[in-house]
Design a protein around this ligand. Structure first.
Ligand code: EPS
Length: 396
């Protein structure tokens, strides 16, 4: 990221998780309840483990905000780990049995930490995403000031696909927000999925899934084709793929485009003379063409692999003895796919905030708003298609 940047620090059982976010203009009102609501959402979702019962994540604003508004300086946000009290004086046995799929084995050798894999595990833990969500919540507050919304829903759980083709965007969002699995399916399918998660828990298994993130409304012309690092697909992918356990990503019709003839792969352009606007009837591109938003909803799907900490441990080799062993079992979640949706929203919000600042940004919110409002072409590409996602959704 270019103008908006952030870094996180913190270990899973250390004092807390810190994020430092820079580049936000001065004068943005920060509502603490929004930060804490996002952190609470990240803690939720069916299938989470014991740790989430210990923590009540809250963002402690350390710097960058005075009297409720940003002042242009780096915003440091601290999420204190309540569990630290239980760990600070704890004497733990060294971990020498790396979990396949985690950072354990290679991380221990890379950093010369083979005496105890816990040195690796503490930082590679997905607990780090609490800090990302705190920073992402600030980006969401910023985007909301310009009418930009980001939400996600889980479209596949352990192989069970959720069909949202008969639902509007608004329906999907409200149903997913009310669901313990973060999906819009409701009723029968929700029960089927929660029963499957229970079954996985009983068997010592873990479960992955696919999350769809929607950014809409979103202004056109964010991102650029001019240089590779400015392309919006690249920026979104990079940020989302950096989230723990995310193994694949697609934008719009993504991988499906391989089997689609060109005549059915793109979104034809129409012009409404009365409204002086361009519009599309489909959104196969997922709202991005040539690395730039085109006014249609930005659609990103990402797959989260099953968490590598299994209670039914996999084969491994003990790095102290070289002997065959079973991987270490640590307290963990059966699945955290719904929580990953909140983390992806944060990642997307940070990227979009960065691209927005590139086009309209200034050091103050006042001037940034003026720049945005005075853009004559900003409404020229407003999405007015009947269907928001390749004709799958009837209505708006
Ligand atoms: C997590 C906190 C962790 C894990 C989980 C995510 O807490 P603890 O290790 O104390 O149980 O529950 O991390 C992983 C599953 C992982 O593999 O890193 C959190 O706050 O989201």
């Amino acid at each position: 990221m270019n103008i908006i940047r952030y870094e996180t620090a913190g270990e899973s059982h250390g004092k807390g998780m810190l994020s430092v976010l820079s580049g936000m203009p001065a004068g943005l009102e920060i509502d603490q309840t929004v930060l804490d609501r996002e952190l609470a959402r990240r803690q939720g979702g069916y299938g989470r483990g014991q740790r989430m019962k210990i923590e009540t994540d809250r963002a402690d604003i350390i710097s960058g905000v005075r009297h409720g508004k940003t002042i242009g300086s780096p915003i440091a946000l601290m999420v204190w780990n309540k569990d630290y009290e239980n760990w600070k004086d704890k004497v733990t046995e060294p971990i020498t049995r790396p979990r396949p799929g985690h950072a354990d084995l290679v991380g221990a050798y890379k950093y010369g930490l083979t005496d105890d894999i816990r040195h690796v595990l503490e930082r590679s833990s997905a607990r780090e995403t609490a800090a990302r969500v705190a920073a992402g919540a600030v980006a969401k507050i910023f985007l909301a000031r310009f009418g930009i919304e980001v939400f996600s829903h889980v479209v596949e759980w352990g192989g069970i696909k959720i069909d949202t083709s008969a639902m509007t965007l608004a329906e999907i969002r409200s149903r997913a927000e009310a669901s313990p699995i973060g999906s819009a399916c409701g009723g029968t399918q929700e029960k089927e999925i929660t029963a499957m998660i229970d079954d996985y828990r009983a068997k010592g298994e873990t479960m992955g899934g696919v999350i769809e993130t929607v950014i809409y409304p979103i202004p056109p012309m964010l991102g650029s084709y001019q240089s590779a690092p400015r392309r919006l697909e690249a920026r979104l992918s990079s940020e989302i793929m950096s989230i723990q356990a995310i193994k694949g990503i697609e934008i719009g019709n993504g991988f499906g485009l391989a089997g689609t003839p060109g005549s059915e792969a793109h979104d034809e352009i129409y012009f409404d003379n009365d409204k002086n606007e361009y519009y599309r009837k489909t959104n196969r591109a997922g709202g991005i063409e040539g690395g730039m938003t085109n006014g249609c909803p930005v659609i990103v799907r990402a797959v989260m692999k099953p968490i590598p900490t299994l209670m039914k441990p996999l084969d491994t080799a003990d790095i102290a003895t070289g002997e065959a062993a079973k991987a270490v079992t640590e307290r963990s979640d059966v699945t955290a796919v719904a929580a990953a949706g909140v983390v992806i929203e944060s990642a997307a919000a940070l990227v979009i905030a960065d691209a927005f600042m590139e086009r309209y940004g200034n050091d103050s919110m006042e001037q940034t708003t003026r720049n945005f409002n005075s853009d004559p072409d900003q409404r020229k590409f407003r999405w007015k298609g009947v269907n928001w996602l390749d004709g799958r959704i009837a209505g708006k």
